[in-house]
Design a protein around this ligand. Structure first.
Ligand code: SUG
Length: 443
């Protein structure tokens, strides 16, 4: 038996609205708002508990050390943590906003995952994403590797690709696995926004290159005949689809996507059908512009949903953000979708508003890892969500997190100290060892 587990990024104590991501409209338009870190982490935990209680495998990935002081040291700051922090804010406030971001919560960008039935060596492969396009996110991959090794000690966790523009990689947000049955060979679809050697174009940045996707497919030992590379449309990127998962989501044999998601959709259809030949018939559900204009799709995050097969259901459930319900076009489309007899039978709405304001919907917050039950039994048990872990984490968050965090609060060094105290306590709860975070290794 094989199932898809969701590993959600636990939202960190420094969650704030930094306006750091060019091309991510929510991040830009909500810059400077007052964030509510305690609400944010509790919203995320609520989503994890619901998934666990629905009979799915659910795990949790720890937040990263923020502020990320090793970056300050590498850039010439020295002295005590407090001194560095204060000097950093005095001298380079722009840098400080990057090293304090809680962006590792968006676990869909943590890594690209290829389940063992797709890999010729029969192993589960993960490549942490280098996230090299955005400074704040480029600081994540080392600690992400550590977290993935702690969660999946049996898996092949590769180093991130070379951190440079030719190999820009944003992980599972640009990757979809289609299959008939989770335990059997599937088709892996990699979506890229540009060729790494192409001259740069105007407009919002394309964060994934074809060369990065190809390198991952190679090192994951994927069968080239069962692998598809598709180009994201420039129109979608310029409308704010900074990752493919803003305009596309897939599960089992179903791909649900916006009409404008791909540069050449006929080629994408043909390539998917060819790669799936003899395995399954792909079901391609295209949402037309006339029903949902691309701007509505992106504002309401219709596609940044989780497409889930609950154990007792025959059809799929779309777990969408409440913003999809609040937008008339997407709400009407969802009503139409579920009243038909297509593959998606239900839409459920989940409140992850704190994360959404930074462009992170329900799908961004989780990394999907398909495993056999034998592999699941080898996952770090302390990182598996259940009622007990939920209560411990909720208590921990209520104790350590601030109610509110505004841009003026960020330079306060006690925020750093509170954050480190929270993370120190967390390493015990998730059984990560007392040297998991850089600040723990120094002292
Ligand atoms: O990389 N936002 C994230 C959102 C990531 C969403 N993930 C997926 N689509 N899978 C990003 O743009 C904004 C942070 C800020 O502005 O404070 C940010 O990093």
């Amino acid at each position: 038996m094989a199932m898809e587990a969701n590993f959600d990024g636990l939202i960190g104590p420094t969650h704030n609205y930094g306006g750091l991501s060019d091309g991510n409209i929510a991040s830009a338009s909500n810059a400077g708002l007052t964030a509510r870190p305690k609400d944010a982490v509790i919203q995320g935990l609520g989503k994890m508990l619901t998934m666990h209680q629905s009979g799915l495998w659910q795990g949790v990935l720890p937040p990263q050390q923020r502020p990320f002081l090793p970056a300050l040291r590498a850039l010439g700051f020295s002295g005590s943590d407090r001194t560095m922090y204060e000097q950093g804010w005095k001298q380079v406030p722009g840098l400080m906003k990057n090293i304090i971001s809680a962006s590792s919560m968006w676990a869909a960008n943590a890594a690209t995952v290829s389940p063992s039935p797709d890999c010729s060596d029969g192993q589960l492969h993960l490549t942490p994403a280098n996230l090299s396009t955005m400074l704040h996110r480029s600081l994540e991959h080392e600690q992400t590797s550590r977290a993935l090794r702690a969660a999946f000690p049996f898996a092949k966790v590769h180093p991130a690709l070379i951190s440079q523009s030719v190999f820009s990689d944003e992980g599972a947000a640009n990757h979809v696995r289609l299959c008939a049955d989770r335990g059997q060979q599937g088709v892996e679809l990699f979506v890229y926004g540009r060729g790494g050697f192409e001259p740069t174009t105007d407009g919002f940045p394309a964060r994934q290159t074809r060369e990065a996707s190809e390198a991952i497919a190679r090192q994951h030992c994927l069968n080239p005949e069962r692998t598809v590379f598709a180009r994201q449309s420039r129109q979608a990127i310029n409308a704010g689809a900074f990752h493919n998962d803003v305009v596309c989501v897939g599960a089992l044999n179903t791909l649900f996507y916006h009409e404008l998601a791909f540069e050449n959709k006929e080629t994408v259809h043909a390539d998917i059908r060819k790669a799936a030949a003899g395995l399954f018939d792909p079901v391609l559900v295209e949402v037309p512009v006339k029903d949902v204009p691309i701007d509505d799709a992106i504002q309401a995050y219709l596609f940044n949903s989780m497409l889930i097969k609950f154990p007792d259901d025959s059809r799929l459930t779309l777990i969408a953000p409440t913003e999809t319900r609040d937008n008339e076009r997407t709400r009407e489309y969802c009503n139409k979708l579920t009243s038909g007899n297509g593959p998606i039978g239900t839409v459920q709405y989940v409140d992850v508003r704190q994360s959404m304001r930074n462009g992170g919907g329900p799908a961004c917050l989780r990394l999907r890892v398909t495993m056999t039950d034998q592999e699941w039994s080898q996952v770090n048990p302390a990182m598996k969500m259940d009622e007990q872990l939920f209560s411990r984490l909720e208590r921990w968050a209520r104790k350590h997190y601030r109610e509110t965090l505004s841009p003026e609060d960020l330079p306060d060094p006690s925020l750093m100290e509170e954050s480190f105290a929270a993370l120190d306590a967390l390493t015990e709860i998730l059984n990560l060892g007392s040297d998991f975070y850089p600040f723990q290794r120094l002292s």
